[in-house]
Structures are given as C-alpha cells and as structure tokens.
Design a protein. Sequence first.
Length: 341
Amino acid sequence: MLAAEYIGNKSFQVVEGTKVEPKAGEVCLKVGYVGICGTDMHIYHGVMDARVAPPKTTGHEMSGTVVAIGEGVEGFAIGENVVVRPLDWCGDCPACNAGNTHICHNLKFMGIDSAGAFQNYWTVKSRTLHKIPAGVSLQEGALIEPLSVATHDVSRSRLKAGEKAVVLGGGPIGQLVAAVAKSVGAEVLVSEPNENRRAFAEKMGVKTVNPIDEDLAAVVDEWTGTAGADVVFEVSGVKPAIDAMTEIAAVRGRIVMVAIHSTKPEIDLFKFFWKELELLGARVYEAADYDWAIELVAEKKIDLAPFISSVTELGDIQGAFEGMDGNPEGMKALVKCTDEA
Ligand SMILES: [Zn+2]
Ligand SMILES: [Zn+2]
C-alpha cells in the first residue's frame, strides 16, 4: 500500500506504507478521498514542523470504507462508508469530564499530532467514526469535516430562521458557514475582497460585499434597516474584520470567532458594553456537529459538488499541494487515496 509523507520544505514523498491491523477498539479503513485545507497548507509551508515532526503522513478531512474491525468494536460492519472526526481526546481532564472532549486539555489532532489519511489504509479508533448513508458519495464525505466546522460555528451562534448573519471572509470555511446559515433560514451577507469568491457565494444565493471598495458598515446598516447583524462570523483572521465585527453587530448581537488569530489584536470592548454583545469562541466540532453536517448533505440541503475544485491521485499529491498554493479561487482540492481504479 502507498502512503504519502510530508518531509518538510513544501515536499511530499510517496512511499510503501504499512497497513496497520486494528487493535481492540480500532477499525481499519480503506481511504476514499482526503481534502486539503488551510491547516494542511500551513504544514506544507513548514510553519508547523515543530508540532508535525516530519516525515509524517498528514491529512484529516477524509472518507473511507471499513475493511477490518478490532476486538470489542460494536455498531460497524465491513463495507460501510464512514468519515473520521479526527480528534483524539484523553477522556480524563476537566474538559473531557465536563463533556467537552472536542476541546480536551490534552487534545491530539489526528493527521497533525499523529498519522493521518493521505494513504491507502488508515487505522483509527472506532469512537472517531460517523457513518455516511448511501446517498452521500465518498467525495462529498471528504467535505464533512470542514462542513462540521461550519455546523459547529452556526450551532455556537444560536442563529435562527429570519435572522441576519454576516460572514467576514469567503474562503472555504466562510462559504460553508454561509451555506449552513442559509439552511437554517437566515439571511446571509458574505464580506470578501476576492471577486471569484464573491461570485461563488452569489451562486449559492447569498448577498456579498467587497469590504475594500465599499463601506461594509454602511452596507450592513442599509441591509438591516440600521439594526445591525444578529450574528457575525469572523472567519478572515485579519485586523479590519476585528474592527468591523463590533461595528456591524446588532444590540445583543453574537460574534463567533472562527478564525485563528495568532497575534493579539485590539478589540473595541466599549461596544461589548454599549450593545451588550456576546463573543463566542468556536473550535473544531462535536459529534452532534458531524451528525448535522451528514444530515444536511444526505437531505440535499447543501450541495457540496461546487466546493470540489480538483481531484488528484495520491501519487501526485505534490501537484495537488502546488496547485492550491497561493490559489484563492480553489475551494477544496481532494486527493484520491483509494488503491482501486
Ligand atoms: Zn482541515
Ligand atoms: Zn481530556
């Protein structure tokens, strides 16, 4: 079997890997498709080398089929299609004990801290698995992980039908947040400087604004009859969005922090006082967010096909990463990891 290894310095090598027999509580999956995300690109650029410790098989947005089942695993059968929720929690820390295993104090992220899915077969703990029904393809399955980021964000926001939500940033996660927000019956405005990304959102039936050329606050004022947005999703990670989020939120508006801000930006805390705003963090996903994401795709409430920009064979994983590097138009590149034609 083949396995791709990130070896540092924007490079992958494809090597003969080892199919790991599932131990108790584990399942071996034949990998279907694996998506490339922003985190994978960060790894590719070497900024996470200390944590990743190359050479390592990375990849965490995947779909696959059960091919072997370890002792004591119940509820799964050989031949079933599944997706992995790539979190490995300790089960015995204050967060885990409070039911927040997804933000465990000792959380390990599979495909970063341990071996990932860019290989023909991947052996994982069965507690990470979610079944995908017959109507959901393996290609769509590979997008359940990023879609679950979006369902988690929307779940944290308590967004309701009829409310107005602004998404700051129209990359893949921002667009998926917009799609989930729309599916609950909210009206959505995506703020994004890139023209092609705005066009992508508009095809989904979402309003857009270019925050460089237009006055975002004025657009939101007009759109909401000066009330402001009930919910603001900060998905961009840039300073102007931090300034905008408190400006455009309605009184008692909820702001969801989805982006990873590696520095400590200045935030207008006066507006939190003045408008009684709420700031909610949202990190990865819980099991229920996966269930919701799978249901949205199975019931055809969200069409993932437009999100798939390219599909590349595992043997050319290097080309897949090079194609996504500095390409803001690419939404989701998939790597086909199955060893079948
Ligand atoms: Zn990812
Ligand atoms: Zn824990």
